[in-house]
Design a protein around this ligand. Structure first.
Ligand SMILES: Nc1ncnc2c1ncn2[C@@H]1O[C@H](COP(=O)(O)OP(=O)(O)OP(=O)(O)O)[C@@H](O)[C@H]1O
Ligand SMILES: [Mg+2]
Length: 271
């Protein structure tokens, strides 16, 4: 479990705080989406998960280990994988399989273990046919999947992804999201997914909204129902929930916001 307790954070004393009294728990296997305006503190929050930043007050615990305890930092960083927005920042090797194996070699694992883990990670992101390719020749989405495989090879329990699809085209965004949903389903990975593409939150169990130094937690359907609140935050609700909202204004319709795709909506209306 991940636990934030009464966390305050600011970059400098003279600056107003970015997070104030933030408390939440994330259970194993949850898919949490994080939304918020530009500069609301999403990337800052992300860096608090694995001790890249430390709270000014309160604490962050990963499976009971406090990120403020330097002796636990290594174990915490093995448990919490971290993906940056730009894959180019993270790719260093000349060949895909070396890239994925890089961290494992540094950890000094036996060669047979490394091979097994690299195979499993590449298969999970459907990149096993690219193992001998130079990462620099891959598309943005493929590079991002190699970065994900590199993190997976460490067998983390949690993964924090800071806008991993921000520089990708829509088809690649869908591919990355499908990969993450598969990871959650098959490996039980806990995901903390920062995005400003609101249509991506439909995969989430819960959504955190960062605003006014707070991180408010909503279930997906609860949030989609709050259309005015989303618009006020500058977040355009997903098309499908906008449609449900408009239909529900007519008393003949009581469509639940659990309906998150056009196919679901047609099924619901024609049942
Ligand atoms: N290292 C730093 N030192 C001082 N201020 C910083 C630092 N990093 C970020 N900030 C400031 O903190 C605020 C929050 O930044 P952060 O990057 O967490 O926001 P964000 O929600 O991720 O924004 P975006 O949507 O643009 O990615 C911003 O005003 C930013 O300028
Ligand atoms: Mg950011």
């Amino acid at each position: 479990m991940i636990e934030f307790s009464q966390v305050d954070f600011s970059y400098a004393l003279e600056q107003p705080p970015l997070l104030k009294d933030v408390s939440f728990q994330i259970r194993e296997g949850e898919f949490i989406a994080v939304l918020g305006r530009n500069a609301s503190g999403k990337s800052t929050l992300a860096r608090l998960f694995n001790g890249l930043l430390l709270p000014d007050r309160g604490n962050v615990k990963i499976d009971e280990m406090d990120t403020g305890n330097p002796e636990k930092l290594f174990a915490i960083r093995q448990k919490v994988g971290f993906l940056f927005p730009s894959p180019d920042r993270q790719l260093i090797a000349d060949m895909v399989e070396d890239e994925v194996a890089f961290v494992l070699e540094n950890l000094g694992l036996p060669a047979s273990d490394i091979r097994e883990r690299v195979d499993a990670a590449l298969e999970m992101v459907a990149m096993e046919n690219y193992r001998k390719h130079p990462p620099s020749l891959l598309s943005g989405g493929q590079k991002q999947k190699i970065c994900i495989a590199g993190i997976l090879s460490m067998r983390p329990k949690y993964m924090v992804l800071d806008e991993p699809t921000s520089r990708l085209d829509p088809a690649e965004r869908i591919d990355i999201l499908a990969t993450l949903m598969k990871l959650k389903a098959e490996w039980g990975l806990t995901l903390i997914y920062i995005t400003h593409h609101v249509e991506e939150i439909v995969a989430a169990d819960r959504v955190f909204i960062l605003q006014n130094c707070r991180a408010d937690s909503f279930s997906l359907s609860e949030l989609l129902e709050k259309q005015e609140y989303l618009l006020q935050l500058g977040i355009e609700p997903p098309e499908i929930s906008r449609l449900i909202y408009l239909l529900n204004r007519d008393e003949r319709f009581v469509i639940p916001y659990e309906v998150v795709s056009a196919a679901d909506l047609v099924n619901f209306l024609c049942r």
